[in-house]
Design a binder for this molecule. Structure first.
Ligand SMILES: *[C@@H]1O[C@H](CO)[C@@H](O)[C@H](O)[C@H]1NC(C)=O
Ligand SMILES: *[C@@H]1O[C@H](CO)[C@@H](O)[C@H](O)[C@H]1NC(C)=O
Ligand SMILES: *[C@@H]1O[C@H](CO)[C@@H](O)[C@H](O)[C@H]1NC(C)=O
Ligand SMILES: *[C@@H]1O[C@H](CO)[C@@H](O)[C@H](O)[C@H]1NC(C)=O
Ligand SMILES: *[C@@H]1O[C@H](CO)[C@@H](O)[C@H](O)[C@H]1NC(C)=O
Ligand SMILES: *[C@@H]1O[C@H](CO)[C@@H](O)[C@H](O)[C@H]1NC(C)=O
Ligand SMILES: *[C@@H]1O[C@H](CO)[C@@H](O)[C@H](O)[C@H]1NC(C)=O
Length: 811
C-alpha cells in the first residue's frame, strides 16, 4: 500500500489550481487565436480514442473522452478524470475531459500511471509496461470528486532542429504515428514539424529561377539535412533524389494532419537567409555573403562555406514570404508559429545594436508578410554558445526587434545554464524553459533529475517571470526514458517533484512490480549518473566510442604520478572521481560520479533478475547499466595501458591493451542481446526508404557516415565532428571501434618492441583509411547487420559482472 500513499502525496500537490493568466502582451491573443484554429471536438475526441486504441486496445470501451472549454479550468488548459456513473456493464468506467485531445491523452496517461501503475516509454527504451492495468470492468476508481490537473504554463514544446537528422531521418509513417502518440501522452502541444521542407524549398527556389542542378548542390543527403538547413554545409551526402523530396512531403502532410487532429500546434520552418550559390548569379545586385568554414577538414568548397542573403535585402522578404505562403498552400492555415535561427553559429558582422535590430525586424517582416499573425520561435542557443558576442545590449536589441509577444525564445539548455536568470527574463520576451540533455543521440546514462524537478518551477514563480512553456530540445531521442518522463510531467506540475519518492513509483511502474533491490538501484542512480552537477554538456566521450587521437608518449611525468594517486584514491569510498585532473595532458572522458557506486547498483539490479526476467523494460535497463559500468571501466583500462607504455613495461601494456579490446568485444555481445542496441536497425531503416539501388547505396552511406566520421576526411585527417554522433550499438563496436583501438595498440606495441617513436600520424592515417573503407564497403558488397537480438541479456550481464567486477565487491 505504500505506493498508494505516495500516489496520494503526489496528487495533492498537483491538483492545486493556478490558472495561467498571462501578463505578457500578445500571448493571450495568440493563445485565443490558436484555439480558434483547432479542429472541432469530435475530430479531437476520435483522435484521442485512436491513441487509446493503439495503446490499450482491450480498454477502448472503458473510457469516455470529452473535449471541454477552458472555462472549466478558469481559462487555462487542463484535464479532469472522473468515475463514470455506470448503470450497465457496457458503459465506460472512467471519463476523461480535456481542453484539447492532448490534454485528454495526458489525462489518460496520468490515470494509467497513477491508478494502474502502468508505464509508457519509447519502444527502443523498453516500450510500454501495461500488464499492471486491471481488466476492463475492474479499473480503479479515482478519488471522489475527481482529479483536475491544470497546466501551469500553456506550452509543452518538443524537438531540436537536429533531432530530425539524428533520430527521425529514416522514419516512415508507422514510426511517426507511434511518436505522435507518445507526444500526446506526454502532453506535448508544440512540436516542430520539419519533414518535407526541401520539397517546399524546391518549389519556392524554382520560382526564383534556381535550377534542379543548383539545388542538388544546395541540399545535403538525408542524414545531414539539419545542417544544410542551417547553412553549415551544402551538398554533403547528397544530392537528394526526387523520390526523397516527394516521399517526405507526403509524410509531412500525414504528420501535420495527425498533430492537428490531436489539437497540437505544429511549428513550421521559415526562411533564415540560406540560399543556393546560384542565387548570386541570378540576382547579382542582391547582398549575398559567403559564410566561413564549419568543421570541414580542409575548407573544401564542395561542402563548406554556404551563402547567406542579408535579411535587410528586399529579396529576403520576397523569398521568406514565398516560403511561408507555399507551406500554407500545401498544409493549410495550420499554425502561426515559425522557427527561425538565422544567427545560430553565425555571428552578425557587427555588434552595432541598430544593425542587430534591423536584422531581427527584417527576419520577422519576411515571416509576417507570409502570415500576418506569425510568431517567431527562436532557439536561444546563440546566447549560450556565442555569449562573447551576445552581450546584454545585443541580446536586448535582437529580442526587442519585434513587437513584444511576436517572438518566443527557447531557453535551450536551462537545466544546466539557464539564460533567463542572467538576462532579466530575456528582457521581457516570453520564453520556454527547455531541457537539452542529449547531444548527437549518444547513448549514455546521464541526467540531472533534481534540476528538472525544480528548475521549471523556480523559473515560473520567479519575480516578473516571462516563462510560457516547458520543453525538450534533445539532439537525439530514445535514451534515458526516466529523464523524459520526469521532464514531460513538469508540464503539469505546479510544485517541485520530490525525486526520490517519485523514482520509487517510477521503478514500480516501469517494471510492473515493486522489487526492493531495484528501488535501491534507482536510489543509487539518482545520486550518481542522474546527478551531474559539473555543468559539462554531456557528450559520450568514453574512449571506446571516442578514441583519443593523441600521442601517448607526450604524457608528462607529473600526470603519471597524479594518476598513480588516483589509483590509490580509487579504493577509497567517496562520492566523486575524475579520471584525470584539469589541465593534465591526458585525454579526458566525462566522469561525474563514482563508477564503484554504479557497480553496486548494477549488482542489486542483477539480483532482481529472477523476479523481472520477462520484463522488456528491465532488460533494456540492465543492458544499459552494464554497458555504462563496463565502458567507464574501459576508460580506466585505457589509461592503465598508457601508463604501462610510459613505463616501457611491455607485458603490462599487453595485458591492459588486450583487456580494453576484450571489453569492446564483450560489450558488443551484451548489446547484441537486446533489440534496442543494434547497428542493423539503423542501417536497415535507411535502406528501406530507397526506391532504387543507387538510393540504397546513398542512404546506407549517409547512415554509416553520420554515426562514425560524420563529415569529410582527407587521407591524413578527419573532421572535428568525427564520433560526434557515436553510438553504443552492437556491430559498430566489433567492426568499427575495435579495429581502430586495435591498430592504435599495435603501433604502441611496435614502438615498445622497436624502441622507436609512436607514429601517431601513421596510425591516424590508418584509422582514416579504416573508416573510409568501412564506410565505403558498399562498393564491394554491403555487410548486413542483424536486426534481431541474440543471446540472453541477463545471463550475459551476469557473466560480465563476474568477469570484471566479481572480486571487487566481495566484502
Ligand atoms: C468536425 O469536423 C469534421 C472535419 O472537418 C467534419 O466532418 C464534421 O462534420 C465536424 N463536426 C462537427 C460536429 O462540426
Ligand atoms: C525567371 O526567368 C524568367 C525568364 O527568363 C523571367 O521572366 C523571370 O522574371 C525570372 N523570375 C525571377 C523571379 O527572377
Ligand atoms: C588534410 O587536411 C589537413 C588539415 O586541413 C592538412 O593539414 C593536410 O595537409 C591535408 N592532407 C592532405 C594529404 O591533403
Ligand atoms: C550586406 O550584408 C553584409 C552582411 O550581412 C553587411 O555587413 C553589409 O553591410 C551589407 N551591405 C549592404 C550594402 O547592405
Ligand atoms: C562592440 O564591440 C566593441 C569592441 O569589442 C566595443 O568597444 C563596443 O562597445 C561594442 N558595442 C556595443 C554596442 O556593444
Ligand atoms: C520586476 O518588475 C518591476 C516593475 O518593472 C521592477 O521594479 C522590479 O525590479 C522587477 N524585479 C526584478 C527582480 O527584476
Ligand atoms: C548532487 O550533487 C550535489 C553536488 O555534489 C550535491 O550537493 C547533491 O546533494 C547531490 N544530489 C543528489 C540527489 O545526490
Amino acid at each position: 500500500m505504500s505506493s498508494l500513499n505516495l500516489l496520494f502525496f503526489v496528487l495533492i500537490f498537483t491538483a492545486l489550481p493556478h490558472p495561467f493568466v498571462s501578463k505578457l502582451e500578445g500571448i493571450d491573443v495568440l493563445l485565443d487565436r490558436l484555439d480558434s484554429k483547432r479542429v472541432n471536438s469530435s475530430v479531437q475526441e476520435s483522435a484521442a480514442k485512436a491513441v487509446l486504441q493503439r495503446l490499450l486496445p482491450t480498454h477502448v470501451n472503458s473510457f469516455q473522452f470529452k473535449i471541454v472549454s477552458k472555462d472549466v479550468c478558469g481559462g487555462s488548459s487542463c484535464f479532469l478524470i472522473d468515475n463514470y456513473k455506470r448503470t450497465s456493464q457496457n458503459e465506460p468506467e472512467i471519463t476523461i475531459k480535456g481542453t484539447t485531445a492532448v490534454e485528454i491523452t495526458s489525462g489518460l496517461h496520468w490515470y494509467i500511471k497513477y491508478w494502474c501503475g502502468a508505464h509508457v516509454s519509447w519502444e527502443k527504451t523498453g516500450g510500454f509496461q501495461i500488464v499492471s492495468v486491471p481488466k476492463p470492468g475492474s479499473l480503479p476508481h479515482v478519488t471522489d470528486g475527481g482529479v483536475k490537473i491544470q497546466r501551469p504554463v500553456p506550452w509543452n514544446y518538443y524537438q531540436n532542429v537536429v533531432t530530425s537528422s539524428y533520430s527521425y531521418v529514416w522514419w516512415e509513417w508507422e514510426r511517426w504515428e507511434k511518436e505522435i502518440d507518445w507526444m500526446a501522452l506526454q502532453g506535448i502541444n508544440l512540436p516542430l514539424a520539419f519533414n518535407g521542407q526541401e520539397a517546399i524549398w524546391q518549389k519556392v527556389f524554382m520560382n526564383f529561377n534556381v535550377t534542379m542542378e543548383d539545388l542538388n548542390d544546395f541540399f545535403s543527403g538525408p542524414a545531414f539535412l539539419a545542417w544544410a538547413r542551417m547553412g553549415n554545409l551544402h551538398g554533403w551526402g547528397g544530392p537528394l533524389a526526387q523520390n526523397w523530396l516527394n516521399q517526405q512531403l507526403v509524410l509531412q502532410k500525414k504528420i501535420v494532419s495527425r498533430m492537428l487532429e490531436l489539437g497540437m500546434t505544429p511549428v513550421l520552418p521559415s526562411f533564415a537567409g540560406n540560399v543556393p550559390a546560384a542565387l548570386k548569379k541570378i540576382f547579382p545586385s542582391a547582398n549575398i555573403t559567403r559564410l566561413g568554414d564549419w568543421n570541414t577538414v580542409d575548407r573544401n568548397p564542395r561542402w563548406c562555406c554556404t551563402y547567406l542573403l542579408d535579411p535587410t535585402d528586399p529579396l529576403f522578404v520576397e523569398i521568406g514570404e514565398a516560403f511561408i505562403k507555399q507551406q500554407i498552400l500545401e498544409y493549410g492555415d495550420v499554425t502561426d508559429i515559425y522557427n527561425c535561427d538565422t544567427f545560430n553559429e553565425n555571428t552578425p558582422p557587427t555588434n552595432d545594436t541598430n544593425y542587430i535590430s534591423s536584422l531581427g525586424a527584417a527576419v520577422y517582416k519576411a515571416m509576417s508578410e507570409g502570415d500576418k499573425d506569425a510568431v517567431w520561435l527562436m532557439q536561444g542557443w546563440l546566447f549560450y554558445s556565442d555569449s562573447a558576442f551576445w552581450k546584454p545590449p545585443q541580446m536586448k536589441a535582437l529580442l526587442h526587434s519585434v513587437p513584444l509577444g511576436k517572438m518566443i525564445v527557447l531557453d535551450l539548455f536551462a537545466e544546466v545554464k539557464p539564460i533567463w536568470r542572467t538576462s532579466s527574463q530575456f528582457y521581457g520576451a516570453p520564453y520556454v524553459w527547455c531541457m537539452l540533455h542529449n547531444f548527437g543521440g549518444n547513448i549514455e546514462i546521464y541526467g540531472i533529475l533534481d534540476s528538472i524537478a525544480s528548475g521549471p518551477v523556480d523559473a515560473r514563480v520567479s519575480e516578473n517571470s516571462t516563462m510560457v512553456g516547458v520543453g525538450m530540445c534533445m539532439e537525439g531521442i530514445e535514451q534515458n526514458p526516466v529523464v523524459y518522463e520526469l521532464m514531460s510531467e513538469m508540464a503539469f506540475r505546479n510544485e517541485k517533484v520530490q525525486v526520490l519518492e517519485w523514482l520509487k513509483t517510477y521503478a514500480h511502474r516501469r517494471y510492473g512490480k515493486a522489487v526492493p533491490e531495484v528501488e535501491a538501484t534507482w536510489e543509487i542512480l539518482y545520486h550518481t549518473v542522474y546527478n551531474c552537477t559539473d555543468g559539462i554538456a554531456d557528450h559520450n566521450t568514453d574512449f571506446i566510442v571516442k578514441f583519443p587521437d593523441w600521442d601517448p608518449s607526450l604524457l608528462s611525468g607529473s600526470a603519471i604520478s597524479k594518476r598513480d594517486q588516483m589509483h590509490a584514491l580509487h579504493a577509497l569510498p567517496g562520492p566523486r572521481r575524475f579520471l584525470s585532473e584539469e589541465n593534465s595532458d591526458m585525454p579526458q572522458a566525462h566522469l561525474w560520479y563514482s563508477n564503484q557506486e554504479l557497480i553496486k547498483g548494477l549488482k542489486l539490479f542483477l539480483n532482481a533478475g529472477n523476479a523481472l526476467a520477462g520484463c522488456a523494460t528491465y532488460r533494456y535497463d540492465l543492458v544499459d547499466i552494464t554497458r555504462q559500468a563496463l565502458s567507464k571501466l574501459a576508460n580506466q583500462v585505457y589509461m592503465d595501458a598508457v601508463i604501462a607504455f610510459q613505463h616501457k613495461d611491455a607485458s603490462a601494456f599487453n595485458i591492459h591493451s588486450q583487456k580494453f579490446l576484450q571489453l569492446i568485444k564483450d560489450i558488443d555481445e551484451l548489446l547484441a542481446s537486446n533489440d534496442n542496441f543494434l547497428l542493423g536497425t539503423w542501417l536497415e531503416s535507411a535502406k528501406k526508404l530507397a526506391t532504387n539501388p543507387s538510393e540504397m547505396i546513398q542512404y546506407e552511406y549517409n547512415a554509416r557516415t553520420q554515426v562514425t566520421m560524420w563529415y569529410d576526411t582527407n587521407i591524413t585527417t578527419q573532421s572535428k565532428l568525427h564520433d560526434y554522433a557515436n553510438k553504443f550499438w552492437s556491430g559498430l563496436l566489433v567492426d568499427y571501434y575495435l579495429p581502430r583501438a586495435s591498430t592504435y595498440f599495435d603501433y604502441m606495441s611496435k614502438s615498445l618492441r622497436e624502441k622507436s617513436e609512436f607514429q601517431v600520424d601513421r596510425w591516424r592515417q590508418q584509422w582514416v583509411f579504416i573508416s573510409i573503407s568501412w564506410q565505403s564497403n558498399w562498393k564491394t558488397g554491403t555487410k548486413n547487420y542483424p536486426i534481431r537480438a541474440k543471446g540472453d541479456s541477463i545471463a550475459i550481464a551476469k557473466v560480465l559482472y563476474d568477469k570484471y567486477f566479481g572480486q571487487q565487491l566481495i566484502k
